[in-house]
Design a protein around this ligand. Structure first.
Ligand code: NAP
Length: 457
């Protein structure tokens, strides 16, 4: 099987790679298991400079690495360079904080001494998506390697060059061979890996069907999983909000990464009193976005990652229109080489139709007019997903209700949902389970061992 790197801005095939043979996979699995035996006993003081070196490589090579990302999946180059910088920040965060997050915790009991002790688990398989092709991997790998685990990466099939570049960073940083390995394989090879006793746990960031499949196989093997899946995040705007900031942030929150972000705001729920003004300004700003070559500094919206995503988006817009929705701007594929779709605003969508609450992975926004906070919360929660949520209001009582009542892994008040190494990240409902980042992320793939020492007579 061949794995191809295709420029989504042009359709040109950049490179093709042969998928690993079963023998090659076997060799890498054994290397991971062998490396774990020694690497897991290294100290934090040993691992820390290696992770800092990885951060330095990311910082030094950010332009080249950014270029690889943009060429393979189409995000604007500026954003790709910023992604490399963010990966450096998560490496530095865990280099500095892993020891503290995993220090023994003394618990007073009737024992002479009792405490919680954290130990690495073994080789962890990471099944990753293409949309943040570096960030998604580093936010798994930095805590996993600092905890003493070793990583096996099965990256999305459309970003093989990114996958290999990431392996190269860890190798150049001085991590031992086998601490982090990229497996160029298709998704059909994942089940076998999960069934192999040398793989002890898995993390998947991706779509709901992929999550269900990986979790089902891992579940049969009683292996821990973390799932970071899709979202249909609400972005609520109440009358007391600063409308200028709310509109500008709303457009950014919908179109970041060409609209292909799990935590992109997808449903804009706006109070009746300000709805007309919000709609007008939002449509104007969406319409004005500069679409083009993602390598150009001025480009705000580049191509979608694959032709399939364009087709899926087109289908969803058609479904919305068929169920009574209206297109205020955009609404169609763009007739030029590459996978381009117009920034689109949809209104009047029936909230009882599936399209009103499913994930739309591209620059297509849905606007909903609501009578007040009650209806806003009801519509916000009317989705099978529960990843992020944003609410704009300067009313303290409203803020408290949103924080309490929105069914999501995160609530951002007067801002847009974003990840930060210092804050946990993850979802509820069909957006997955488990957490990445902060101390929660590094504690997902460790044995939380209870130690109880009785008094000597
Ligand atoms: P995807 O199609 O689910 O692919 C993600 C990864 O899973 C890829 O490596 C893919 O491999 C693999 N995969 C697909 N089906 C599989 C299966 N049945 N068994 C094992 N592995 C399988 O998702 P995507 O299109 O790359 O990414 C977009 C999705 O990711 C969106 O739903 C988005 O919301 C979600 N996402 C979530 C987060 C979060 O943190 N919650 C962050 C980013 C993205 P192949 O490429 O070889 O098919």
């Amino acid at each position: 099987m061949a794995i191809a790197s295709i420029n989504p801005a042009t359709g040109e095939t950049l490179k093709t790679f042969n998928a690993l043979t079963p023998e090659q996979i076997e060799g890498k699995l054994q290397l991971a298991a062998d490396t774990f035996r020694t690497y897991s006993h290294t100290t934090f003081a040993h691992r820390k400079p290696l992770m800092i070196r990885a951060a330095e490589i990311l910082e030094t090579k950010k332009h080249d690495l950014g270029k690889i990302m943009t060429l393979e999946m189409g995000k604007p180059l500026k954003a790709a360079i910023a992604e490399a910088e963010k990966c450096a920040s998560v490496c530095r965060y865990y280099a500095e904080n892993a020891e503290r997050h995993l220090a023994d915790e003394i618990i007073e009991t009737n024992a002479k001494k009792s405490y919680v002790h954290f130990q690495p688990l073994g080789p962890v398989l990471a099944v990753m998506p293409w949309n943040f092709p570096f960030w998604q991997v580093f936010r798994f790998a930095a805590p996993a390697l600092m905890a003493g685990n070793v990583g096996l990466l099965k990256h999305a099939s459309n970003v093989p060059q990114c996958a290999l570049a990431i392996e190269e960073i860890f190798t150049s940083a001085g991590f031992p061979a086998g601490a982090f390995q990229t497996l160029l394989i298709g998704s059909e090879a994942v089940e076998r890996l999960l069934n192999d006793p040398r793989v002890v746990a898995a993390t998947l960031t991706g779509s709901e069907p992929a999550g269900r499949s990986v979790a089902a196989t891992a579940g049969k093997q009683i292996k821990k999983t973390v799932l970071e899946l899709g979202g249909s995040d609400p972005f609520i705007v109440m009358p007391s909000a600063n409308l200028d900031d709310a509109v500008t942030t709303a457009v950014k929150a919908r179109t970041i990464n060409n609209g292909q972000s799990c935590i992109a705001a997808k449903r804009f729920i706006v109070a009746d009193q300000i709805y007309d003004e919000f709609e007008k300004r939002f449509v104007d700003e969406m319409h004005a976005l500069r679409i083009g070559d993602p390598m150009e500094e001025s480009t705000e919206i580049g191509p979608l990652a694959t032709p399939q995503i364009v087709d899926d988006l087109d289908e969803q817009v058609k479904k919305a229109v068929a169920s009574g929705g209206r297109v205020l701007t955009g609404g169609a594929k763009i007739d030029r080489p590459g996978n381009f779709f117009e920034p689109t605003v949809l209104v009047d969508i029936d909230i009882n139709t599936p399209v009103s609450c499913e994930e739309i992975f591209g620059p297509v926004a849905m606007l909903f007019r609501v009578s007040g906070i009650e209806e806003a919360i009801k519509i916000a929660n009317a989705t099978p997903f529960g990843l992020g949520s944003a609410a704009w209001t300067n009313d303290a009582a409203e803020q408290a209700r949103f924080i309490d009542e929105l069914e999501a892994g995160a609530v951002f008040i007067n801002g847009m949902v974003a990840s930060d190494p210092r804050l946990p990240f993850g979802g509820v409902k069909n957006s997955g389970y488990g957490r990445e980042l902060a101390e929660f992320g590094i504690r997902e793939f460790v044995n939380i061992k209870t130690v109880w020492i009785g008094a000597a007579d």
